[in-house]
Design a protein around this ligand. Structure first.
Ligand code: CNA
Length: 271
């Protein structure tokens, strides 16, 4: 399970980190309250602040970092059941994680639709108009505003979230929770959907619920601090440093055939 914290080292601010987080830096958008920028009711009244932000966030402006490539490495190793992400930056995809291995729970910039008639729109046209500071409109009778299919507060999550939720979390052997404050429902509630015996590992700068001492399960593991550092340590412990270097294109000295084969402890594959 991933959140905005895995993309901060790519230069994309998260929401809630004091000082650098988006919620502390919204003055230029002149909105009445911080979450208004992603609030569908407010968007109907004034879509401009979201479009200003979207212009900055559009995929293409940022590059995947070490943590995104770690997720790709897990896929290459055959141990990634699914990458459930709240992020809308598309960086996991850009790092090579396959669409079938992803649940983009809060939507994506890759598609767009009309907020009035729900008709699908050409995402390239929507992007072009947003970048030109124009409001993209549908040619339906209501001339609805078109927006990238990012899930706003007040909107439902994609069907894929509901269709895979039970299967994935019941079948999960190890849950990595990375760079998220776990404040946004229903995504945050997924941490409690794994079996009680399934170890859950939190990689986050701060210890968030339900990983606090009072609430954590006996099998939970907490790795506070910078996520890239923690992931580097994990890769080292797993003996995957060379594989990671190869993936990052930093070295070509290892025997490619020996890489990306499943470790002996993986005895079954789940999709
Ligand atoms: P959040 O509430 O801002 O929490 C981010 C968490 O990550 C915080 O607990 C931080 O302490 C932690 N964090 C930040 N940087 C690091 C780091 N380098 N190492 C370790 N921990 C770090 O964001 P959530 O994802 O929990 O909230 C869900 C919202 C944020 C979703 O709706 C997203 O769409 C939305 N969002 C996404 C992006 C993106 O796509 N990159 C950016 C900003 C917001």
């Amino acid at each position: 399970m991933a959140g905005a914290g895995i993309s901060t080292s790519s230069g994309i601010p998260d929401f809630r980190t004091p000082g650098t987080g988006l919620y502390d830096n919204l003055k230029k958008y002149k909105i009445p309250y911080p979450t208004a920028i992603f609030d569908i009711d407010y968007f109907h009244i004034n879509p401009k602040p979201f479009f200003c932000l979207a212009k900055e966030l559009y995929p293409g402006n940022f590059k995947p970092n070490y943590v995104h490539f770690f997720l790709k490495l897990l896929e290459n190793k055959g141990v990634l059941l699914r990458n459930w992400t709240q992020n809308i930056d598309g960086l996991e995809r850009m790092a090579g994680v396959s669409g079938s291995k992803l649940v983009e729970a809060h939507g994506t910039f890759a598609t767009a639709s009309c907020v009035r008639c729900s008709r699908m729109q050409d995402p390239t046209r929507v992007k072009r108009l947003i970048i030109e500071d124009k409001i993209p409109r549908c040619d339906c009778l209501k001339r609805g505003v078109c927006k990238p299919d990012i899930v706003f507060f007040g909107e439902d999550l994609p069907p894929r979230f509901y269709s895979l939720k039970r299967r994935d979390f019941m079948n999960c052997d190890l849950l990595l929770v990375m760079g998220t404050s776990l404040e946004v429902e229903p995504f945050s509630g997924l941490v409690n959907d794994v079996r009680f015996s399934t170890p859950r590992v939190l990689f986050n700068r701060d210890v968030v619920e339900p990983f606090t001492k009072r609430m954590r399960r006996p099998t939970d593991v907490v790795c506070p601090g910078d996520i890239t550092e923690s992931v580097k340590k994990l890769i080292e412990l797993a003996g995957w440093t060379k594989d990671m270097e190869l993936l990052l294109g930093e070295t070509t000295t290892v025997d490619e055939k020996s890489l990306f084969k499943k470790p002996a402890w993986i005895y079954k594959e789940k999709t």
